[in-house]
Design a protein around this ligand. Structure first.
Ligand code: PEP
Length: 259
């Protein structure tokens, strides 16, 4: 991880934790993390929508410097979109980071690059930071098409966005075969793909934006493998699913530098 890019460790809770459980885990996490941790890393948590207001209240009233995140949003401001949540609604809850284009949204809910690009723009417009997820399937990896896939997801996801804004974003490289499977990319593979993703950002937005943008690795990150992944030159943090549901495991990942 380059010294100038502060790592971001993000916990994606997916469809887990009701708002009572959410409050409990946030409080436990707050006992385990200290100033040194927050100084070394930015930490975000991404609860389900129904928990956001409760978690916001705990973070703000107890002055816990964990940043609030959402797992996705719609790209429109408002309207007849039953079941959806707008970026403006998230901004009002002091949400700082929004995951966009997670592979589960792409695969299970049919989100495609064009829609994902509209969401990235909508999140930026509301002064929040998109975490744009990209990653290849196992079939694409075996057919030597992983880089092609990442390149097209980055080019399409960033279409029409200014260099300055791109430099403030986060990209999460998440090989789909490693998400929730217990299989992790080797540190060397993860580094190679994150460096490749950075190169794609440079092609789209120039060297300065590529050097500044933070690129997370995601895919079965656990306390036991966090340090070897997160100390790679082009890996600037982690998007953590399963292991973020346990405060102890998540805080050990945040403290990876001490392992
Ligand atoms: C994720 O949800 O983005 C993820 C990487 O999950 P897991 O850590 O469980 O593989």
């Amino acid at each position: 991880m380059a010294a100038s890019r502060k790592p971001l460790i993000s916990g994606n809770w997916k469809m887990h934790m009701n708002h009572f459980e959410a409050i409990q885990i946030v409080q436990t996490l707050s006992y385990q993390l200290d100033e040194n941790d927050y100084g070394a890393c930015d930490v975000s948590i991404h609860p389900p929508f129904t928990d956001l207001r409760s978690v916001q209240t705990v973070l703000e009233s107890d002055r816990i410097p964990v940043l609030l995140g959402a797992q996705h949003c719609h790209f429109e401001e408002k309207g007849a979109f039953t079941g959806e949540v707008s970026p403006g609604m998230l901004e009002k809850l002091n949400v700082k980071y929004v995951i966009v284009g997670h592979s589960e949204r792409r695969e299970v809910f049919g989100e495609e690059d064009e829609m994902i690009n509209a969401k990235v723009k909508a999140v930026l417009k509301h002064s929040m930071t998109p975490i744009l997820c990209v990653g290849e399937t196992i079939e694409e990896r075996e057919a030597d098409k992983a880089q092609e896939k990442i390149q097209s997801q980055i080019q399409n996801g960033l279409k029409g966005i200014g260099k300055e804004r791109i430099s403030s974003m986060v990209i999460a490289y998440e090989p789909i075969w490693a998400i929730g499977t217990g299989m992790t990319a080797t540190p060397a593979d993860a580094q190679e793909m994150c460096a490749f993703a950075r190169g794609c950002v440079k092609d789209v937005a120039g060297n300065a934006a590529g050097d500044t943008i933070r690129i997370q690795y995601g895919g079965s990150v656990k306390p036991v493998n966090a340090a070897e992944l997160l100390t790679q030159e082009d890996i600037d943090g982690a998007l953590v699913g399963g292991a973020s549901l346990d405060a102890e495991n998540f805080s050990r990942i945040v403290k990876y530098r001490l392992h």
